[in-house]
Design a protein around this ligand. Structure first.
Ligand code: AVJ
Length: 316
């Protein structure tokens, strides 16, 4: 079970991204760097907070509708998951599918991916587990399977699409449609628009775990890129932008200060923000219309009783 190596991100790329992001007038750091070992652990803890509803809501939708979802996806599928797929959601889907031929988790973090893949291979001996180490924001090739499959389905849970600007999300849908081919389908989780206070609380939990998760990016720069961010001089901020329908997550400098990263100095004004993440919220119809520009048609969708979250099945 050797992984295919795609375009994983080496340390150099991290440094270049950080340097260019902090040189912009609106400083930015890519949210994909939030998920190192500690970041992934903190994200798992976020999912357990009372305020953060998306993960448990999506899981509940998957559990309650597993048979109907599996029915839509069809049998003898090659299921390609964008993201690490260690989660219970993946297992709910694999359990419900009719003889899935292959399961292809695609992730940038090799260690995590391979550990997950091993566990899944033991649990699903009939399904070929074919991990691909790649940054799925770039095109990558599907691995060869030993058995014939009838079609490919992409599973993109977690509302991760929300992290992308509409432009980047469109590009991603374009890549997906090129990978899919005829009869291909996309099962995607999206967080839905709702009362602003519910959304803002989800990104500002009382226990401060989301704050730790966000500021962990600075610790990561300190340790991996020889930076000297003082974490107590920066604060987490998450505000809903109602015009753009998105949560905007930033790190705010608490005073005028300078930070050195691998020999380069960056200046921060008091109150200046580093944008670390967007989380766009959609409506079912809005997303369906957006995806239709890339050739996708909404076939069926499932939601929870409060309409907090949607799982959509789109076909080419
Ligand atoms: C993993 C991208 C779905 O946007 O809700 C949670 C990430 N950031 N709290 C989200 C996140 C802060 C999360 N996704």
């Amino acid at each position: 079970m050797n992984p295919s190596i795609g375009t994983a991100t080496p340390v150099d790329a991290f440094l270049l991204d950080v340097q260019s992001g902090l040189s912009k007038s609106q400083k930015t750091l890519s949210c994909k760097y939030l998920y190192d070992q500690r970041g992934s652990e903190l994200f798992d803890k976020i999912c357990e907070t009372d305020e953060y509803y998306p993960t448990r809501t999506e899981l509940q939708i998957m559990e309650r509708n597993a048979d109907s979802i599996a029915d839509q996806i069809g049998s003898r599928v090659m299921l390609v998951e964008y993201g690490s797929g260690s989660s219970i959601k993946t297992r709910v889907l694999l359990d419900a599918l009719d003889t899935p031929v292959a399961y292809v988790p695609v992730d940038i973090s090799e260690d995590h991916l391979l550990r997950t893949a091993k566990g899944l291979q033991t649990a699903y001996p009939e399904t070929e587990i074919l991990p691909v180490v790649a940054d799925f924001t770039q095109p990558f090739s599907l691995p060869q399977s030993n058995q014939d499959y009838s079609h490919v389905a992409i599973y993109f849970p977690g509302s991760t699409i929300g992290n992308f600007t509409p432009e980047a999300a469109g590009e991603l849908l374009q890549f997906m449609s090129s990978i899919l081919g005829p009869q291909g389908g996309l099962l995607i989780g999206i967080d839905l628009q709702k009362e602003v206070s519910v959304i803002e609380s989800a990104y500002n939990d009382q226990a401060g775990i989301t704050s730790d998760f966000n500021l962990n990016l600075l610790s990561r720069i300190n340790s991996e890129l020889d930076g000297d961010f003082r974490l107590d001089e920066f604060k987490h901020q998450a505000v809903y932008n109602s015009d753009q329908h998105r949560i905007e997550i930033s790190i705010v400098s608490q005073r005028d200060q300078q930070v050195r990263i691998g020999g380069t100095t960056f200046s921060f004004r008091k109150g200046e923000t580093i944008r670390t993440e967007y989380s766009h919220k959609y409506t079912i119809d809005g997303f369906a219309e957006f995806a239709s520009q890339y050739g996708f048609a909404l076939h069926k969708h499932w939601t929870d009783s409060r309409d907090y979250f949607g799982v959509l099945h789109l076909v080419l």
